[in-house]
Design a protein around this ligand. Sequence first.
Ligand SMILES: Cc1cc2nc3c(=O)[nH]c(=O)nc-3n(C[C@H](O)[C@H](O)[C@H](O)COP(=O)(O)OP(=O)(O)OC[C@H]3O[C@@H](n4cnc5c(N)ncnc54)[C@H](O)[C@@H]3O)c2cc1C
Length: 228
Amino acid sequence: MTTPIPPRPFTAKLAEKQILNDKFQLLRFEVVAPHDFAFVAGQYLLLNVPGTPQKKSYSIASSPSVGHGFDLLIDITPQGLGTKYLSTLNDGEAISGLAPLGQFIISNSNEQALVFIATGSGVAPIKSMLDELLIYSNDARPMILYWGLRYPQDQFWYDEFAQLAEQHPNFVFHPVLSKPTADWTLCRGHVTDCLTVHALPNEAGYYLCGSQAMIIETVDLLQRAYSS
Ligand SMILES: Cc1cc2nc3c(=O)[nH]c(=O)nc-3n(C[C@H](O)[C@H](O)[C@H](O)COP(=O)(O)OP(=O)(O)OC[C@H]3O[C@@H](n4cnc5c(N)ncnc54)[C@H](O)[C@@H]3O)c2cc1C
């Protein structure tokens, strides 16, 4: 087992904000302290919301091998304290919080294939894992990502994942839209409508992140598939 990294207070400055579409923003931060900010791909941070006692959780969307900084992928639709704060943050402004947290990380067991299943901003920790595995660790195991969004206008990062698949033939990307236009030729419906498990080794590891409904449906499907 990897030794867990103890959570510590951190501060970071907003270095870049990318408005991906009306729903999603990518915020790129430069760490100010601690100088040895570290995390494992898949972990999250607890963000202080200034002027309130509230703390909000956000997954780190970039690989830990990217030194001195990290990305957050934000679904800005809720517009509660956390998303209002982050979506109005300006370049150079500082955030603070506690990191790293969470046990949603790649297990060190003998998983022969890795299947990632996400909806919406649930792809954030999975992006961190895939970048780390494919780009920085040259992991050659078969990997599949099923990523569900609702509308065509919600789409982003399709080029990044397509490029990753082109450069790493062991990685396959399946975008899924639940409310596509008629000309959408790829997976439609729920991610579970597109998931094929029978071709995978029994020792595949499944990593799920997203809506509660997706997690319940997927766990149910996997339990039925592997018990038959
Ligand atoms: C471990 C962990 C990691 C997380 N990582 C991320 C991440 O990487 N990116 C990210 O964007 N979020 C992430 N979240 C969710 C995040 O912590 C907040 O819950 C979210 O940003 C809403 O916070 P808020 O303060 O803006 O709204 P809140 O005050 O919490 O909610 C405002 C209103 O919006 C509703 N609401 C909440 N979520 C949604 C939604 N997705 N769509 C529509 N309405 C909603 C609530 O029910 C409420 O009525 C994560 C949560 C956890 C537990």
